[in-house]
Design a protein around this ligand. Structure first.
Ligand code: KIV
Ligand code: ZN
Length: 385
C-alpha cells in the first residue's frame, strides 16, 4: 500500500463558497476537528486577503500541533511575507503559491506573457523556499493550459525549490481520462519530476470532481486536495469525505493508505455544515441524511436479512449510529413488522394485518410514516387501550 497525503482546503477554498464567512473562532473549531479527522495538511486561509484571515491562520498555526498548516499566497512578496508571519509558529508551515498558466488566464486576467509568468513563478518560489520548509506550487487552470508550457514552468519551479506540484482543475473542466493523461505527460516530460510530490485539486462544475480526483489517485498522485461536504467556489470542490470513503471501500482497487479516522466523518461534516450554514443535500453520498435510509419494501427486506444486500458502507464506519428504515408507500410487511416490534407492539396475525392495511392507506397521503403515526393508527384500531 502506498501512502496518500490528504490536503484539506475547507478553510480556504471551501470558505470561498458564496455566502460563507467564518469567524476566527469558527475556523479554529473546524481546524481542531480536521486534526481529529486526520488530514495531513490543512490550508487554513489566505493571510494576505484580510486581517481577519491573517489572525485566523495565525491562531490555527499555533493551536494545531499534529497537522501541517498551510496558507495561500499569490506570487507576490507581500503575500509571502504575510503568510510567513501568520504561519511561522506552525509545526510544519507550508506555503501554497498559485499562478495561472492557461492562455485565457495569462492573457485576460494576468495580462502577462508566458515568459513573464515563468519569471514570476520562479522568483516567488525561490523567495518563499528561503523561509518555508515546504513550498507547494499550483498552476492555476492547469487543465486548460498547454502541456508543453506546463512542463516548462514546472521544471523551473522545482529548480527554484517547490516540493509539491499541484495541478488544479480550477474550473471543473477536465474528465478522468484527460486529467490522468496530463499527470502522465508531466511525469514523463518534466526531467526533475521525481524530486516532488504531485497533487490533484478538482472542482465540480461538471459534477466530476470526485471522479477526477479518484482517477488521479489511481494514476499515482501523492496528494489529494478537497473540502468537507464539497463546499467551495461555484459548484464546489471535490468532497473529501466521498474520496476518502471510496479509498477504504475500494481499497482493493486504489491500494493507498491515509491517516484518516473515517469514524470522524459524520461529526466533521455536521460541524462544517453548521458553521458555514451550507446544508448537506439528503441524497449526498456518505454524509447525506438519506445515505443510509432504505424505503422500498424489497430493499428493506434485503437489508433486514443481510445488510450487505444494499449497503456497501457500514454507517458506523463513517460515524453514523445505524441505518434507517423509512416507512413510506414502498415499504413492505417485513419492515413494518420490525418497526412494530421495535415499538413493543405485539399483535395476533389478524390484528397485524389490519394495522398493516391501515398503514398502507396512510402512505397514500403521507410521504413518511413516523412512530407516532403508527401508535395513533394502533389506538384508532382499538387494539390498544
Ligand atoms: O482551484 C484552484 O485553482 C485553486 C488555486 C488557488 C490552487 O484553488
Ligand atoms: Zn480550487
Amino acid at each position: 500500500m502506498r501512502k496518500l497525503e490528504v490536503f484539506d482546503t475547507t478553510l480556504r477554498d471551501g470558505e470561498q463558497s458564496a455566502g460563507v464567512n467564518l469567524h476566527r473562532h469558527e475556523k479554529l473549531e473546524i481546524a481542531l476537528q480536521l486534526e481529529r479527522y486526520g488530514v495531513d495538511v490543512m490550508e487554513a486561509g489566505f493571510p494576505a486577503s484580510s486581517q481577519g484571515d491573517f489572525l485566523a491562520v495565525q491562531e490555527i498555526a499555533k493551536r494545531v500541533r499534529n497537522v501541517s498548516v498551510c496558507g495561500l499566497a499569490r506570487a507576490h512578496v507581500s503575500d509571502i511575507d504575510a503568510a510567513w508571519e501568520a504561519l511561522k509558529e506552525a509545526v510544519e508551515p507550508r506555503l501554497h503559491i498559485f499562478l495561472a498558466t492557461s492562455p485565457i488566464h495569462m492573457e485576460h486576467k494576468l495580462r502577462m506573457t508566458p515568459d513573464q509568468v515563468v519569471e514570476a513563478a520562479v522568483s516567488s518560489v525561490r523567495y518563499a523556499a528561503a523561509k518555508f520548509p515546504v513550498v507547494e506550487w499550483s498552476a492555476e487552470d492547469a487543465t486548460r493550459s498547454e502541456w508543453t508550457f506546463l512542463a516548462r514552468i514546472i521544471t523551473a519551479v522545482i529548480d527554484a525549490g517547490a516540493k509539491v506540484i499541484n495541478l488544479p482543475d480550477t474550473v471543473g473542466y477536465s474528465t478522468p481520462a484527460e486529467y490522468v493523461a496530463m499527470f502522465q505527460y508531466l511525469r514523463e516530460n518534466v526531467p526533475n519530476a521525481h524530486c516532488v510530490k504531485f497533487s490533484a485539486h478538482c472542482h465540480d462544475d461538471l459534477g466530476l470532481a470526485v471522479a477526477n480526483s479518484l482517477a488521479a489517485i489511481a494514476s499515482g498522485v501523492e496528494q489529494i486536495e478537497g473540502t468537507i461536504n464539497g463546499i467551495g467556489e461555484r459548484a464546489g470542490n471535490a468532497a473529501l469525505e466521498e474520496i476518502l470513503t471510496a479509498l477504504v471501500i475500494r481499497r482493493d482497487w486504489y491500494e493507498v493508505e491515509t491517516n484518516i479516522e473515517l469514524a470522524q466523518t459524520a461529526l466533521t461534516s455536521k460541524l462544517v455544515s453548521k458553521l458555514t450554514g451550507i446544508s448537506v443535500p439528503p441524497n449526498k453520498a456518505v454524509v447525506g441524511g438519506n445515505a443510509f435510509a432504505h424505503e422500498s419494501g424489497i430493499h428493506q427486506d434485503g437489508v433486514l436479512k443481510n445488510t450487505l444486500t444494499y449497503e456497501i458502507i457500514r454507517p458506523e464506519m463513517v460515524g453514523y449510529g445505524s441505518n434507517k428504515m423509512v416507512l413510506g408507500k414502498h415499504s413492505g410487511r417485513h419492515a413494518f413488522r420490525e418497526k412494530c416490534m421495535e415499538l413493543g407492539i405485539l399483535l395476533e396475525e389478524e390484528q397485524f394485518n389490519a394495522l398493516f392495511n391501515a398503514f398502507k392507506s396512510l402512505t397514500d397521503h403521507k410521504k413518511e410514516v413516523t412512530d407516532d403515526d403508527i401508535l395513533a393508527l394502533l389506538l384508532e384500531s382499538g387494539q390498544q387501550e
